[in-house]
Design a protein. Structure first.
Length: 58
């Protein structure tokens, strides 16, 4: 994903609730490994099990 688009996505991710963060993380095509890691750093670690469950369903 291009840098400018990713910056917009990060803002949307930051403002989303946990369900929205999971949707963005699991449904956004074209993210690089670095971009996934950057989003993961912004994800609430106490809710990581919910993200893991969603990823397991893919």
């Amino acid at each position: 994903m291009e840098k400018d688009d990713f910056i917009k996505l990060k803002l949307k991710f930051a403002q989303a609730d946990v369900a929205g963060k999971i949707a963005i993380y699991t449904e956004t095509p074209g993210l690089s490994t670095t971009q996934y890691k950057e989003l993961l750093r912004m994800y609430p670690m106490e809710r990581l099990n919910e993200l893991e469950t969603a990823l397991a369903k893919l």
